[in-house]
Design a protein around this ligand. Structure first.
Ligand code: AMP
Length: 464
């Protein structure tokens, strides 16, 4: 089965740079939070593309020797996380192919909603697929294209797919960055001397010392040619922008600029807005680290309830959310977080987190806080209830696993055993945007307003 709506990824690309693979390694290192399952780089050297990719974290996948085997003045890279069923090396990216256009490799962030349909059509005429990732569909379409230039072939291929793609391509002499017309997932451009770099987030530029220039706009294609010159075009039919609001709320690193907003400042405003919308008497504001920290500061500043690190995180444990089995996930929370008993004992705790998905994490944390001596635990969430799965590149579980899809806030409060539970309102979340237009955002995971439907969507595929 196709890995339909389960990818979370980070991409990077640079050209020309005499240490292109090293720069890409650093870029991926900064983007590690976007995917921890596999990492890969393809470098282009005198017209020849070489690939190294493996399961694992960036620092484990790339040794000095592995990077030395990736010579060249241009490179792209990818970090990926997916669900257990699809955690195969075959799905790791970049994907490198050789076709009548020559060698071409691609790194993709986002999910295509019609990949299954296109794949079945291609298989029907004899195409053989190596992976179950939707990205491979794009490469097959490129290989099938009769267009003369690789840019035209990329445009023709992308015109046949629907959904989210922020991606980078590398060929023997070009680096190409493209963002889908809705611009679901981020993609930014920077410069480092003569080099042009692309990345999912600006933090990748900070690490390599590149200057952030601007976003690749929704529907824009940027080609860096053999001379290192760039050319922008808008090859697709214009569509309304639908940038992912959840990148701001949770997924992106807080130290960057995304969709024109400082992620950290936005999260702080979310916390303050929540304090305004749902005040409560409490002795301390405690964040669920790390995701709730910035919003908790915002809540504390507005409510004047002191901020306290009442929960300490073990930074060497992976995200509990990505554990495939329920039993391990429950255990994982305990391994990852520990309450500071001396702080919380006898106190009314206002607990802040960015989102509540299945509810298992909050339930466990609240139990831990009570066991540690908290007299009351009030939960505040800086996102509206997550009622719908994401089809565009965030790893949300299926609809029936989303507790808010079938339970009221009061039922969820009971399940997580909180004294009170409040979510930010959808309008409140949008009102916190300061530098970007709220109409340009996708919030389907909270509102169910999908701009592109999934074939056979509604009940069936949302419940698979
Ligand atoms: P849950 O137990 O499913 O309610 O998990 C909620 C926790 O998962 C919150 O602390 C969120 O920060 C975190 N979370 C939300 N979405 C994701 C995601 N796509 N990947 C990993 N963690 C997430």
């Amino acid at each position: 089965m196709l890995d339909k709506f389960k990818d979370e990824c980070g991409v990077f690309g640079i050209k020309p740079h005499h240490e292109a693979a090293n720069m890409t390694y650093l870029g991926l290192y900064a983007l590690q939070h976007r995917g921890q399952e596999s990492a890969g780089i393809v470098a282009s050297d005198h017209g020849y593309l070489t690939c190294h990719k493996q399961m694992g974290l960036v620092a484990d996948v790339f040794s000095e020797e592995a990077l030395a085997r990736l010579p060249g003045d241009a490179a792209i890279g990818h970090v990926r996380y997916s669900t257990a069923g699809a955690s195969l090396l075959a799905n790791a990216q970049p994907i490198l192919i050789n076709c009548h256009h020559g060698q071409i490799a691609m790194a993709h962030n986002g999910n295509l909603v019609n990949a299954g349909e296109v794949r079945r059509r291609l298989e029907g005429i004899g195409s053989i697929f190596n992976s179950n990732s939707d990205t491979e569909v794009i490469l097959h379409l490129i290989a099938k294209s009769k267009k003369k230039t690789i840019e035209e072939a990329v445009i023709e291929a992308l015109s046949q797919v629907k959904g989210a793609y922020s991606c980078v391509f590398i060929t023997k002499d070009k680096l190409i960055a493209v963002r889908d017309p809705h611009g679901f997932r981020p993609l930014v451009m920077g410069t480092l001397g003569e080099s042009i770099a692309f990345a999912s987030e600006t933090c990748a530029f900070d690490l390599i010392g590149a200057n952030y220039e601007r976003e690749i706009e929704p529907g824009e294609m940027m080609v860096v040619n053999e001379l290192g010159m760039r050319r922008s075009s808008r090859p697709f039919k214009e569509k309304p922008a639908r940038q992912c609001i959840f990148e701001h709320i949770y997924f992106a690193r807080p130290d960057g600029i995304m969709f024109g907003e400082s992620t950290l400042a936005y999260r702080e405003r979310l916390g303050a807005k929540l304090a305004e919308e749902s005040p409560v008497e409490a002795d301390m504001v405690v964040p669920v680290p790390d995701s709730g920290v910035t919003a908790a500061i915002g809540y504390s500043n507005l409510s004047k309830i002191p901020f306290a690190f009442g929960l300490i995180r073990n930074h060497y444990v992976g995200r509990t959310f990505i554990e495939p089995k329920q039993s391990i996930r429950h255990f994982g929370v305990k391994v990852k977080l520990n309450p500071v008993k001396s702080l919380i004992k006898g106190k009314r705790v206002l607990l802040v987190d960015d989102s509540l998905v299945r509810g298992t994490t909050s339930r466990k944390i609240i139990k831990m806080l009570r066991a540690g001596g908290a007299t009351e635990v009030h939960m505040r969430i800086t996102a509206p209830p997550t009622t719908h799965p994401c089809f565009y590149g965030i790893n949300t579980p299926t609809r029936k696993e989303l507790i808010a899809s079938s339970h009221t806030v009061e039922e969820i409060r009971k399940y997580i055993e909180a004294d009170s539970l409040e979510y930010i309102s959808l309008q409140g979340m949008l009102d916190c945007l300061e530098n970007s237009n709220p109409d340009n955002y996708c919030h389907a995971c909270f509102s169910g307003e999908y701009i592109i439907g999934f074939p056979g969507q509604d009940k069936e595929s949302m419940e698979v």
